[in-house]
Write a protein that binds this ligand. Structure first.
Ligand code: NIG
Ligand code: FE
Length: 417
């Protein structure tokens, strides 16, 4: 837990009053900021901030100080949807898609998630842990200061537990908050293709009790979509998970208008993620709920599928969230700066809306709004110092070029785990 003073900040942005858990509709266009500012972190938490003329010199001599002239200071990104525990990359499927096969055709032929599951089965827990730790290091360096990680490449009792134990170990060593999501219902393993109820029973009777007993997950996720789990199967799984204290998060409406959003709302899901196929009925359903819609534009970019209609959704008054979806199949990239760039250039969000979607609304999606997601007194000192930048729009404008100069976690410059 560090003590740190940042001075001469060109713009300290993302300031919120404490108690504000998310921003919706028009509120999202305001990324409150002060110019020529200082920020003080004490014992790892944001203690105070103000304009440079209000900084009392002399009393700060013992505190480590970073001069942030020309730089923006922002809250760290909160990446509320990732699959960073995986065995191997899947670039051969990427090449198959270039040559004309669709993501669903590859999955149908035993590639996709089942391919990742076969490879994960071969890998030891320790090797998986090391690989995931490397990815975690990478994304923290790109500004992620809180993250969610899913299982879902196990699809057997043994391998789902292996994944969740890796996430639990990451929670212990990571300097950032991590939430763990059980995604055993990611796909039907080959041996259960003709016996879907059998796999659902395995999840409910064999996986969930151990997960609850060993406290291995915070949330339960289901891939509720065309070719994967039906809305009825999703209901059954979520009802069982609730008995074990796991709240829902849903993968929905990625491949079609399949009722994923309505199922998420009906089950009071914390979030419903993907949303490439979202129409008026889905928007109406979300407006009458507390469920956070999460878009994953890196997935749309990589698979060449539609982008979630976030412009329309914000204009309808919704709070919306953006996350990376970092995984080997649909989004082999965890850079939140690139997510911001895609949200602005492809989904027509303003830079301010995109950053709010990646910070405070990401925190809401992980029930971490009291700890991270904004510059607020008492929150963790998890912040980004940018490279020298003229304006905030430089982040999405220079797409693919990262503007993060330093990630500060708990008031300490991040040097790696
Ligand atoms: O969120 N859509 C479902 N699951 C992952 C991708 C899984 C994979 O292809 O490995 C996603 O995109
Ligand atoms: Fe995903």
């Amino acid at each position: 837990m560090g003590n740190l003073l940042l001075t001469n900040i060109k713009s300290l942005a993302g300031i919120l009053e404490s108690g504000q858990t998310k921003l919706a509709g028009k509120e999202m266009s305001n990324l409150a900021s002060i110019q020529n500012a200082w920020l003080k972190i004490v014992d790892g938490k944001i203690e105070d901030y103000g304009t440079m003329d209000s900084l009392a010199f002399g009393s700060n001599q013992t505190i480590e100080t970073i001069d942030c002239s020309g730089r923006f200071v922002l809250p760290c990104y909160v990446d509320s949807h990732t699959h960073i525990v995986f065995a191997k990359t899947r670039e051969e499927e990427f090449v198959m898609r270039i040559k004309g096969k669709s993501y669903e055709e590859i999955a149908e032929a035993g590639g996709g998630i089942l391919n990742s599951a076969a490879r994960l089965h071969q890998m030891s827990e320790d090797d998986l842990f090391e690989a995931a730790k490397t990815r975690l290091n990478e994304v923290i360096n790109y500004g992620t200061g809180a993250i969610e990680i899913k299982s879902g490449y196990g699809l057997s009792v043994e391998d789902e537990l292996k994944m969740l134990r890796v996430i639990k170990r990451l929670k212990v060593i990571a300097p950032i908050p991590i939430k763990s999501t059980f995604l055993g219902a990611h796909a039907f393993p080959k041996e259960y293709k003709q016996n879907r109820p059998g796999y659902i029973q395995l999840i409910i009777e064999k996986m969930l009790p151990i997960i609850a007993q060993e406290n291995l997950a915070d949330y339960m996720d289901v891939f509720c979509d065309q070719g994967f789990f039906t809305t009825e199967e999703t209901d059954v799984l979520l009802e069982a998970a609730a008995k074990f204290g796991l709240k829902p998060k849903i993968h929905g409406n990625e491949l079609g208008f399949t009722g994923g959003v309505q199922t998420a709302v009906k089950n009071n899901a914390i979030s419903v993620d993907h949303l490439e196929y979202t129409g008026d009925a889905e928007i109406e359903s979300l407006l009458n709920s507390e469920t956070m819609p999460v878009a994953l534009p890196g997935c749309s970019f990589f698979l060449g599928i539609p982008y979630a209609p976030f412009r329309k959704m914000i204009d309808a008054g919704l709070a919306v969230c953006l996350a990376s979806d970092y995984n080997p199949g649909s989004t082999p990239n965890g850079r939140m700066g690139f997510v911001v760039a895609l949200a602005c250039s492809q989904m027509k969000l303003t830079p301010e809306e995109a950053i709010n979607a990646c910070t405070i609304n990401g925190a809401f999606s992980l029930e971490l709004s009291n700890e991270v997601g904004s510059i607020t007194k008492g929150k963790l000192g998890n912040i980004i110092i940018t490279k020298p930048m003229e304006s905030l729009a430089i982040i999405p404008y220079h797409f693919g070029v990262d503007q993060v100069e330093k990630t500060i976690l708990n008031g300490e410059v991040f040097l790696g785990i």
